[in-house]
Design a protein around this ligand. Structure first.
Ligand SMILES: C[S@@+](CC[C@H](N)C(=O)[O-])C[C@H]1O[C@@H](n2cnc3c(N)ncnc32)[C@H](O)[C@@H]1O
Length: 310
């Protein structure tokens, strides 16, 4: 986007915000704070903005990712499929001790214990709200002895060197200050032969998003500018931190279109549990929805990585 496009976009957003002083103050605060905690406090119990129901619905699934929609047609199932996809990339299995960086409300941890029979998960998260709610949910299912959730950053993990079999980050590493500091920590805490796997957002190969609108987006969502690089650079950085056997797969065709169709329905007022999306082959081929991401931060690729500590 050029400077004029930036200005056009910015003035239309500003006019809207000036009509709503509450939203104006909130947006201003998000930009000043520039951290993921503020953004997730604002989101509340829903992945989509303005859909928070204040934790008033006991049974509401509390996923906070974009979902993997190859087969799934409901939001919770798409999120669970993304968690399963990442678990397979990490080769999660019986007896594994796992570090989960950025666990949201802990949905994936419950799934990994139940479906992959991992022995123990230690989760770290910087958002107090997520830690509090996720701990309660784990406790309610009687799994506190296997899922230990802590307030800490993925860039400073309170674990000893060589203490875990797997490190996973489900749609969270783009937030970490910085993602490379997380790679360093992951390498440190993994046992030799252990594996790191991430599901992560980044620019499409060769794209270098710049400009005021993107910069404002990164600040609003708490995404450090140092994390804005494509999957080829990502792989080089993993290798530079000592990882080997790096596997890289872009799954954006099965992420953005489904989320786009889901958000359309949800924003028109339909409840999450009543939405079944339709995704056409053209939607998949055209990566429907990706243009919105290009305009708002330029994170137009969605990739699953896996890498081994030798
Ligand atoms: C998009 S949400 C994904 C949540 C969850 N993995 C899911 O799929 O539902 C990103 C998560 O990363 C967490 N996060 C952001 N920065 C972090 C950091 N430095 N260390 C640990 N967690 C962080 C956020 O609080 C949030 O829970």
């Amino acid at each position: 986007m050029g400077f004029l496009d930036d200005m056009r976009e910015l003035s239309s957003v500003s006019v809207g915000l000036l009509k709503n002083p509450g939203a104006f103050i909130r947006e201003f605060a998000l930009l000043i704070r520039n951290d993921p905690e503020s953004y997730y406090d604002f989101l509340g119990d829903d992945v989509l903005e303005a859909q928070d129901s204040g934790f008033s619905k006991d049974q509401k699934p509390l996923w906070l990712n974009l979902g993997y929609w190859e087969m799934a047609r409901t939001y919770p199932e798409a999120c669970a499929d993304l968690a399963r996809r990442l678990a397979r990339a990490a080769r999660l299995g019986e007896g594994d001790v796992v570090l989960d960086a950025g666990f949201g409300f802990g949905e994936q941890d419950l799934l990994w214990v139940q479906e992959f029979d991992v022995a123990r998960i230690i989760g770290v998260n910087v958002t107090q709200l997520h830690v509090d709610v996720a701990r309660k949910r784990v406790e309610a299912r009687g799994l506190s002895d296997r899922i230990d959730l802590r307030l800490a950053s993925a860039t400073d993990i309170p674990l000893e060197a060589g203490s875990v079999d797997k490190v996973v980050a489900l749609e969270s590493a783009f937030h970490f200050p910085t993602r490379e500091d997380f790679f360093r920590e992951a390498f440190r805490i993994l046992k030799p032969g252990g594996r790191l796997a991430t599901a992560d957002c980044m620019p499409w190969v060769g794209e270098k998003p710049t400009g005021l609108i993107n910069w404002l987006g990164w600040r609003r969502w708490g995404v450090p500018q140092e994390n804005i690089y494509d999957r080829e650079v990502y792989q080089q950085k993993l290798e530079a931190h000592g990882f080997v056997d790096v596997e890289v797969e872009s799954i954006r065709h099965h992420v953005f279109p489904g989320m786009h169709r889901y958000a359309e329905k949800r924003h028109s007022g339909v409840e999450m549990d009543r939405i079944e999306v339709e995704i056409s082959p053209q939607d998949v081929e055209n990566v429907l929805g990706v243009e919105m991401w290009r305009k708002q931060g330029g994170l137009t690729d969605y990739v699953i990585f896996s890498a081994v500590k030798p």
